[in-house]
Structure formats: C-alpha cells, structure tokens
Design a binder for this molecule. Sequence first.
Ligand code: ADP
Ligand code: MG
Length: 280
Amino acid sequence: MTQTAVKVRGLTKRYGEVTAVGGLDLDIQQGEVFGILGPNGAGKSTTVEILEGYRKRDAGEVSVLGVDPARSDRAWRSRIGVVLQTSNDAAELTVREIVRHMAGYYPRPRDPDEVIEKVGLAEKADARVRKLSGGQRRRVDVALGIIGRPELLFLDEPTTGFDPEARRQFWDLISSLAHDGTTIVLTSHYLDEVEALADRLAVIAAGRVVAEGTPSTLGGRASAKATVGWLEDGVRRTVETDEPTRTVLELTRRFPGEVPELTVERPTLEDVYLRLIQNP
Ligand code: ADP
Ligand code: MG
C-alpha cells in the first residue's frame, strides 16, 4: 500500500497582478522521488514554499504528511527537510559547528559527522562556511536539510553552481536517501537531473501542471514513433515508424553486413519537454 505524502488540489497564489500558481494539482506518494520541472518563473518555488509552510496560498487544498502546512506545528516541521533555492547568509561558524548546532533542533537527528561525509564536505568540516565556494555552500544547505532525518525532503534547484563531478556525487546522495525511504520532492530545470533521479515528474508552465508521468512515458514519449536512419548510396535516409524492429530487419536483408550508420531514435525527454512548455 502506498500512502500519499503530498496532496494538492486547485492551489492558487497571486502576487498582485501576477498569478504565480493557477489551479495546480499534485499527488506525491510516500517513498518516491518526485521531480517538478519547469522554466524560470513557472511557479516551482512558489509551489514548494507553500508546501513547506513558508508562504501563504490564496486558494486550494494542501496536505503534506497529513497536515495543512498553513496550520503546522513544530512536530510537523521536524519531519520535513527543506533546501530553499537561495542559500542562507554564510555563517562565521565552521561546517561542523553549524551542522551540530542544527542537529540540536531535532528529536532524532542524524550523526553530524556522517552527514558532513555524506554531502562530501569531510575535508571542509573545520572551514568557515563564509569561506566556502558556492557549490560547497550548497552542500551545507543540503546537510542542514537532511540533518533532522526528514521523512520528506524538499530540494529547490539544489545543484545550481555544482561542477559535473559534484552533481554526480549529489545524485548518488539523493539515490541513497531515497533508498533509505525518504520521500523527495526536487525542482529543477536540468532535464538530465530529473531523468536520472525522479520516479515520476510533473512539468509546470505558467503556474499549472501541463504533463505528468515517469521520465520515460512523459508526454507520450514511450509510444511516440521512432526514427530509423541509415546511409544509402552516400545519402542519409530516415523513416518514421511505429515498428522500428521491422524496419531494421528489412534493412539487414538489404545490406550484406553492417547497415551503414544505423540509428534508431525516439524523442528525448528534452524534445517532449520543449514541446510541452512551448504549447502548454
Ligand atoms: P520558479 O521557481 O519556477 O522560477 P517562482 O515560483 O519563483 O518560479 O515565480 C513564479 C512567478 O511569481 C514569477 O512570475 C515570479 O516573478 C513571481 N514571484 C515569485 N515570488 C514573488 C514575490 N515574492 N513577489 C512578487 N512576485 C513573485
Ligand atoms: Mg525557483
């Protein structure tokens, strides 16, 4: 039996004339990694900050771990981990000091040194946060997000400013948290990140969900026609087909050995995403 971690119906938030979120629905199950993908200004941060209890909504129903975040208490907050899009002001404290300090606010915290190790900051444990690079500070944010052993972790564009290696390490960390049973809500505008991590995702454009699915089925991706391509008499030829296997079989009959420059392609997540956000 899966249980619902987050349930949202008709969520609406306006800033003056701007409707940041306009009638958004979401269902996120316990134990899943759920990606929220969308361009800048789509309403991702507004949505997750309402779920985290940081912003008030204008309309709609929201339940997070069975509680309305607008009426939450300290016990509820200790079950949630939050990594906001913008880092906190850099502290004069060292990494170890700030992680230990924050551990004191939770009833069942993780071990501070293990958390520092997990986020890849073991060598910087005694450095002052103020002196860290942008990507290293982001890891401190993540450490503070998981120190309380949250059941549900919100990450708002967590890897901005990471180099490729740091991003891969971060992906491993998220996978290990998910493996331990943490429900994770991740916003991103990096398609590869969502494709690598998310069990399911929603694409948001202009404050609404325009598509929902798994990375491989989103927007009809799995059932879309494949394009088979090859080189023949010096000319590149392509066929769009529902039956690429049959096309490849025919080609293997026509060509004695290797089919020259054979390719079989389906729409990438990026193809589908760009179509969705251009015609929402
Ligand atoms: P995203 O995180 O997807 O980039 P946001 O939720 O930050 O999107 O923003 C959605 C819309 O709401 C944008 O048009 C943004 O300019 C506007 N917005 C966000 N926060 C505020 C605010 N505090 N005051 C006024 N407008 C805001
Ligand atoms: Mg944002």
